[in-house]
Write a protein that binds this ligand. Structure first.
Ligand SMILES: [Cu+2]
Length: 231
């Protein structure tokens, strides 16, 4: 009971704009589910191993009935194989969801990283710095690259992380369930300015999004550095 209360209190701290435990999109939800499955399965395996170890000391005769070969075969081979096969299957299924398998179905936004900021370019040519606008409830492919060193794009509440590599384009698919503001960070050490290399993600209703990124009449045009952290 005490452990449960302690775990509850510890997890209460796992909230906020960068919390992967508060997913707001399908990719992040899949990753969050896998995290919980691994936490509970890992805890169950820990207690099962602790129980067998305790039995070995307290009731060695009871454990000896199973025989060494059977214990090694089941405990060392069959059970770990079943668990690992399940985890690998879940991870591959999730990878299909997070990485872009079929191109051309979603809105594409280009993200270029450099020491130490992010530039986002929308289909109409409009650009923002350290602030990514998204339409809520719709798949968006973020095409990542870098101008200098390797960075990593991570919006924990919307999806997994993916490297931005010079001379190469990696595509990650994000979807925000509803309008809101989410935090993003660089997740690959890239120099002295790495820690503050953060950006904001704002998900808007379709109309507001189109207006903001110059896809509608009377909208903003050209490159406007409007990120809060534009440097
Ligand atoms: Cu970095």
């Amino acid at each position: 009971m005490g452990a449960l209360v302690g775990a509850g209190l510890a997890l209460a701290a796992c909230t906020g704009p960068l919390s992967a435990l508060q997913p707001e999109g399908p990719a992040a939800r899949g990753i969050g589910t896998l995290w919980w499955v691994m936490l509970f399965a890992g805890t169950a395996i820990f207690f099962a191993v602790a129980a067998v170890l305790t039995l070995a000391f307290v009731r060695p005769a009871w454990l000896r009935r199973f025989g060494e070969t059977r214990l090694i075969l089941w405990g060392g081979l069959v059970v770990p194989l079943v668990i690992l096969a399940g985890l690998v299957t879940a991870a591959f299924a999730l990878g299909e969801q997070v990485l872009v398998v079929r191109q051309g179905e979603a809105l594409r936004i280009e993200a270029t990283a450099r020491q130490w900021s992010w530039r986002f370019r929308y289909p109409g040519g409009h650009e923002t710095h350290d602030l990514l606008h998204l339409p809520a409830g719709r798949d968006v492919d973020v095409a990542l690259t870098s101008e200098d060193v390797i960075h990593s794009f991570w919006v924990p509440r919307l999806g997994g992380k993916l490297d931005a590599i010079p001379g190469h384009v990696n595509v990650i698919r994000l979807r925000a369930d509803r309008p809101g503001t989410y935090g993003g960070v660089c997740a690959e050490y890239c120099g002295i300015g790495h820690a503050p290399m953060r950006f904001s993600v704002e998900a808007h209703e379709e109309d507001a999004f189109a207006r903001l990124v110059g896809l509608r009449e009377g909208a903003a045009t050209g490159a406007v550095p409007d990120g809060e952290g534009a440097r």
